[in-house]
Design a protein around this ligand. Structure first.
Ligand code: SAM
Ligand code: DTB
Ligand code: SF4
Length: 331
């Protein structure tokens, strides 16, 4: 049976086995395939797990913006750089719920709340747990991204009914240290393990277009595909331009065909994961997005802004999906 959003359970017999032992040479071999062969393989695998004519729609809200102690070199919200962004306190719960309701009415099935924290402190988590409960009561899937978590914090979010936790590896192990120094890749992997142990589904991906090499992009996909179990959601972000951060000096947008190849490889290596074409869609042509959907991307963020930066606009998205015959709840 084809699924519209959820991945198949790992034990469903299928031609595309779920493997967590990928090596770089295999990723490179996929990358080197003639384009048509790569896309055919990705489509074949995609159709084994998903309805190819449906995509998931998620909406983001920054519930606590800016002033972050981390030094992620791509981020508008780091206090280490002068990006002109105004820092705010944690939003009031009623305002968050009102935003979730608007997102639902605009066609989002998942509501993701992001906070510019290294990790949640003190009573922050009480507030977020309450937000999760109330967003769930609206009938939406919930996701939060709050930085590093302890096992206890993950368990509390799970008790509140949280569906997904977003925590990205961001890039390859080799490139990681050029982008972030205040938290290690291992810190991130530890948080992902706490989230899994707590029974929360994992949303984990990364960013391309920061000046990394093709090998780093493939290394990032291999890292994701070799986590103990595949993330249920894999966001592939194209770096959204931010002035004043270190990445603005190194950024280089990938060749569009190279981006499609990456999406196809993510689909092939993580056959049951929902692959989200995340930040950066506003830079992509309709034709490029169409190719990414053909290559196996089956989720997007909708709404005029992501956390602090621009997203592709709703009318454009609705027109594109309608021309492609792709169903979603986008209205
Ligand atoms: N502060 C938390 C953390 O980083 O763990 C959660 C929020 S953070 C903004 C979530 C993710 O958004 C980052 O890990 C990164 O992959 C992505 N991101 C941040 N800024 C971005 C940008 N300018 N373009 C693309 N992706 C970005
Ligand atoms: C993810 O991988 N992409 C989203 C979500 N996780 C939190 C964030 C994209 C952020 C883009 C930069 C901004 O708007 O500040
Ligand atoms: Fe802070 Fe997250 Fe931005 Fe890094 S990505 S600076 S942790 S908000």
């Amino acid at each position: 049976m084809l699924h519209t959003g959820e991945a198949k359970p790992n034990d469903t017999p299928d031609f595309a086995a779920v493997r967590t032992d990928w090596d770089r040479a295999e990723a490179e071999a996929l990358y080197a395939l003639p384009f048509a062969d790569l896309i055919f393989q990705a489509q074949h695998i995609h159709r084994g797990s998903f309805d190819p004519n449906h995509i998931e729609t998620a909406s983001l809200l920054s519930i606590k913006t800016g002033g972050c102690p981390e030094d992620c070199g791509y981020c508008s919200q780091s206090a280490h750089y002068d990006t002109g962004l105004k820092a705010t306190r944690l939003m009031d719960r009623a305002d968050v719920i009102a935003a979730a309701r608007r997102a639902k009415n605009a066609g989002a099935t998942r509501f993701c709340m992001g906070a510019a924290w290294r990790n949640p402190k003190g009573r922050d988590l009480d507030q977020v747990c309450e937000m999760v409960r109330e967003v769930k009561d609206l009938g939406m899937e919930t996701c939060v991204t709050l930085g590093m978590l302890t096992p206890h914090q993950a368990a509390r979010l799970s008790d509140a009914g949280l569906d997904f936790y977003n925590h990205n590896v961001d890039t390859s192990p080799e490139f990681y240290g050029k982008i972030i120094t205040t938290r290690t890749l291992q810190d991130r992997i530890d948080t992902l393990a706490h989230v899994r142990t707590a029974g929360i589904k994992v949303c984990c991906g990364g960013i391309v277009g920061m000046g990394e090499r093709v090998e780093d992009r493939l290394g990032m996909l291999v890292l994701l595909a070799n986590l103990p179990s595949h993330p249920e959601s894999v966001p592939i972000n194209l770096w959204n331009e931010v002035k004043g951060v270190p990445v603005s000096d190194t950024a280089e947008r990938p060749d569009p065909i190279a981006l499609v190849r990456l999406v196809a490889i993510a689909r092939i290596m993580m056959p049951r994961s929902v692959v989200r074409l995340s930040a950066g869609r506003q830079y992509m042509t309709d034709e490029l997005q169409a190719l990414c959907f053909l290559a196996g991307a089956n989720s997007i963020f909708i709404g005029d802004v992501l956390l602090t930066t621009k997203n592709s606009q709703r009318d454009r998205d609705a027109y594109l999906l309608s021309r492609l015959g792709i169903t979603s709840l986008l209205v």
